[in-house]
Each structure stands twice: as structure tokens, then as C-alpha cells.
Design a protein around this ligand. Structure first.
Ligand code: HEC
Ligand code: HEC
Length: 212
């Protein structure tokens, strides 16, 4: 629901709207060498396709360029804390933020590898109920594929989801809007884990084109 999410943007977020807008005469990411730079600098952790196997490292494939640039900006400015990503982002120029994000926006979603054991049906049902009850689908979309500055969460890595939901909940990840802190308010920790379980195994359509 792009419209609803846009309403949650704070004044601070407006600061990087200009970053997301293509500069006059800017080269498309593919021509600016960002595909090669992604392969050299990012793929070791995030995977060549934008979905890697490293623990705690989110899949980027299928994220909208606007979401990606927002997060790179937050890492660069020290407003989202992660040792690996702070190191990566701190030397990025504005053009780099745009170039890497535009490139991420071209990566088609990569489905999660098939689970080793079939999902627990009761836990999946409980997760689906929680996602509706706490309006996750209102912002992230009925198929959890996100859009614009709202991230795709369908089939994201479970360990990453667990960690990042706890970080929103504790305030370690404040986000660029209060949307997530407010959304998680009052959800018990065990229900956060059930949400992560369900979302990472989300069975619905995941073949939607990148960034659409
Ligand atoms: C050493 C491993 C490592 C490298 C190299 C790395 N990343 Fe990351 N990246 C991470 C981890 C871990 C996270 C999750 C951080 C957190 O939990 O806050 C992350 C998060 C991100 C996010 C936020 C994703 C989301 O869903 O919120 C973006 C965007 C991103 N990285 C882009 C890049 C780009 C672009 C590069 C290359 C220039 C890169 N990363 C290189 C490990 C890495
Ligand atoms: C009012 C809109 C809204 C609602 C409701 C909402 N979200 Fe979010 N969500 C967002 C936005 C916007 C972001 C980007 C956060 C940021 O950086 O500020 C986000 C980020 C996330 C992320 C981080 C993804 C990543 O790649 O790092 C997860 C996971 C997530 N939401 C899960 C949920 C779950 C689970 C629920 C329901 C309990 C939910 N969201 C409800 C708007 C919403």
C-alpha cells in the first residue's frame, strides 16, 4: 500500500527524497559500473543474485530502489547500526547510494530455498493471523512484497527477520519512520518469532517483478 506508507514519511525522510530522484544526466546504474561493483563489494555477503547464504544477512533481491537507498543512507549517517554495513556505507558518495540502490532495484526476487522440514501448519496459521491482526499486510501488501520505501518481507531469511523485529521492538533500529515501532507495540516476543517463522516461509506468490 504505497499511498498509506507514504503518509508515514517524516520530515527527516524528505531529506533523501532528492537522493532517490535521478539527477539530470545521471547514468543508469548498469552503465555506471554498479553491477560490477556490487559483484566485487556486496555479493560476498548478499549473494551474486542478491540472495546469499550468510547468517543474519538479508536478501536484497526484490527490494525497491527507494527502500535500499533509504537504508544505505541510514547506515552511512549512523542512524542504523550494524558493523558490517556501517563499514561498507561510510565512504559512499551520494552517487554511490543512488547507483547501488538502482542496481538493487533491478534484482528480481529470489525465492527462499525449500525448507528442510515442512512448515508447521499450526504455526503458519498463527503467523498469518498475527500478520492480519497487527496490520502487517496493510503496509507490506497482501502478498508481503512491499513497494517503494516499504520493504519486501515475504520469504526473507528467518534469522534476519527475528533479529530485526527485535531491534525495532527494542529501539535499536529506530527506522526512518515510527511505522514499525508503532506496528510492533504490544506484540509479545514469542509472537514476533512466530511472525518471522511465517513470513520467512510465506507460501504466496513471490514471482512479482522487482520494485513493481
Ligand atoms: C560483510 C558482509 C556485508 C557486506 C560486504 C555488505 N553487506 Fe549489506 N548487509 C549486511 C548485513 C549483516 C546486513 C543487515 C544489517 C542489520 O542487521 O542491520 C546488511 C544490510 C544491507 C541493506 C539493508 C537491507 C534491508 O533489508 O534492510 C542494504 C540495502 C545493503 N546491506 C546493501 C549492501 C550493499 C549495496 C553492499 C555493497 C556495497 C553491501 N550491502 C555489502 C552485510 C554485508
Ligand atoms: C504503517 C505501516 C507498516 C506496518 C503496519 C508494518 N510495517 Fe513493517 N515496515 C514499514 C516500513 C515503512 C518499513 C521500513 C522501516 C524503516 O526503515 O523505517 C518496515 C520495515 C519492516 C521490516 C524490515 C525489513 C528489512 O528488510 O529490514 C520488517 C521485517 C517488517 N517491517 C515487518 C513487519 C511486520 C511483521 C508487521 C506487522 C506486525 C509490520 N511490518 C507492520 C511499514 C509498516
Amino acid at each position: 500500500m504505497r499511498g498509506a506508507a507514504r503518509l508515514t514519511l517524516t520530515a527527516a525522510a524528505a531529506a533523501f527524497v532528492w537522493l532517490a530522484a535521478p539527477a539530470a544526466g545521471a547514468q543508469p546504474a548498469a552503465q555506471g559500473g554498479y553491477a560490477q561493483r556490487f559483484a566485487a563489494l556486496c555479493a560476498a555477503c548478499h549473494g551474486a543474485t542478491g540472495r546469499g547464504e550468510m547468517a543474519g544477512t538479508p536478501a536484497l533481491a526484490g527490494q525497491h530502489s527507494f527502500y535500499a537507498i533509504t537504508q544505505l543512507f541510514l547506515f552511512r549517517e549512523g542512524r542504523r547500526a550494524n558493523e558490517a554495513m556501517t563499514a561498507v556505507a561510510k565512504t559512499m558518495t551520494d552517487q554511490d547510494l543512488r547507483g547501488f540502490s538502482d542496481y538493487i532495484g533491478t534484482l528480481a526476487p529470489v525465492p527462499a530455498p525449500p525448507p528442510a522440514t515442512p512448515p508447521d501448519a499450526a504455526r503458519m496459521t498463527r503467523g498469518q493471523t498475527l500478520a492480519q491482526q497487527f496490520k502487517c499486510t496493510m503496509c507490506h501488501g497482501a502478498d508481503l512484497s512491499g513497494g517503494q520505501q516499504v520493504p519486501r518481507i515475504a520469504q526473507q531469511r528467518e534469522d534476519y527477520l527475528q533479529m530485526t523485529l527485535r531491534e525495532f521492538r527494542s529501539g535499536k533500529r529506530p527506522g526512518y519512520t515510527m511505522a514499525m515501532v508503532e506496528a510492533l507495540n504490544g506484540i509479545p516476543p514469542e509472537d514476533l518469532d512466530t511472525l518471522a517463522y511465517y513470513i520467512s516461509r510465506y507460501p504466496g506468490p513471490s514471482a512479482k517483478a522487482a520494485g513493481k
